[in-house]
Design a protein around this ligand. Structure first.
Ligand code: C2E
Ligand code: MG
Ligand code: MG
Ligand code: MG
Length: 283
């Protein structure tokens, strides 16, 4: 409804609508220029098993290395790319770069990791999506089990039938499926139970105050227990402290990622990430 509200507001204010249109046209040009000039970079944030402390994978997070403005974060340009449809092309770039990185790691003798890539709703509707992914995996000789996609519950619910058939095809290929930002939308686990989901990612907002807020703690504990009943593993994003890590491990949460261990870093730095984390006692 936010979108609708936004439209109505703009129709009342012709001046701001003009400005807005102008800005997004410019942004559209900038994005295609940036793609041509190869200004986008993938950063990688490690994901860990909360019980063994071993690295299990990474999430690929896009950044725009702007020649004048420096590093720009995805919240500033992904929404524009979604609006203009450029997200499909940008998404292709992300998938190819991610898969190429997995091949590079293999070549360099680095450990096998599961790489999670974020998908936008427009990519779900791309009829060539599955074929494209399949081709890239063959081209780079990367096994499908090393690739995962993160999709938000909101995007899935936009067209659940479409999402279901896409997820089924990906699953058949052997790709992992994760539900991103779980808990922020309006879905319930009941709605997701018919989808081939491997992993639930609990949104960072539920974790932030988990050591002080009993309600958040109960919600998180309940989500983990329910997901496990449905044979779905759980990862929490946004772990910033040792205490949060410990509490989530006690709740039997399987995996985690967050600034406590590492921010997303460029490939060269990620290659140096230790296979096991050693907890710093002061933290
Ligand atoms: P997301 O998929 O939920 O990614 C997690 C975000 O939380 C990332 O922000 C990550 O850097 C941040 N984060 C991780 N750990 C912590 C922590 O401990 N504390 C805090 N405060 N933040 C943490 P980032 O990289 O700015 O990405 C924002 C969003 O942009 C992502 O949210 C995702 O929705 C979108 N995005 C990023 N890369 C892509 C992409 O390649 N394609 C698409 N379609 N969307 C992307
Ligand atoms: Mg994500
Ligand atoms: Mg997320
Ligand atoms: Mg999030």
């Amino acid at each position: 409804h936010a979108k609708q509200l936004g439209k109505n507001q703009f129709s009342m204010y012709t001046e701001s609508m003009k400005v807005n249109t102008h800005n997004s046209i410019k942004a559209e040009d900038d994005l295609s220029q940036a793609l041509k000039n190869q200004e986008f970079v993938l950063y990688y944030q490690p994901q860990f098993d909360l019980h063994t402390n071993h690295i299990i994978g990474a999430e690929a997070l896009i950044r725009w290395n702007h020649p004048e403005k420096g590093l720009i974060y995805p919240n500033e340009f992904i929404p524009v790319a979604e609006k203009t449809g450029q997200i499909v092309e940008l998404g292709h770039w992300v998938i190819e770069t991610g898969i190429a990185y997995l091949a590079e790691r293999k070549e360099a003798g680095l450990s096998d990791i599961l790489l999670h890539i974020n998908l936008a709703s427009k990519q779900l509707a791309d009829p060539y999506f599955v074929c494209h992914v399949e081709k890239l995996l063959i081209q780079y000789q990367v096994p499908a089990r090393q690739l995962g996609f993160e999709i938000t519950e909101t995007d899935i619910l936009e067209d659940i039938e479409l999402a279901k058939s896409l997820l089924k095809s990906l699953k058949k290929m052997g790709v992992c499926i994760a539900i991103d930002d779980f808990g922020t939308g309006y879905s319930s686990l009941a709605q997701l139970k018919n989808l081939p989901v491997d992993l639930l990612k609990i949104d960072r907002n539920f974790i932030k105050d988990i050591t002080e807020d009993e309600n958040d703690r109960n919600i998180v504990e309940a989500i983990i227990a329910m997901a496990h009943k449905l044979n779905i593993k759980v990862l929490t994003e946004g772990i910033e402290t040792r205490q949060q890590w410990q509490m989530l491990a006690d709740f039997q949460c399987n995996f985690g990622q967050g600034f406590y261990v590492s921010r997303a870093v460029a490939a060269e730095a990620f290659n140096k990430t230790l296979p096991t984390i050693h907890h710093n006692e002061e933290n």
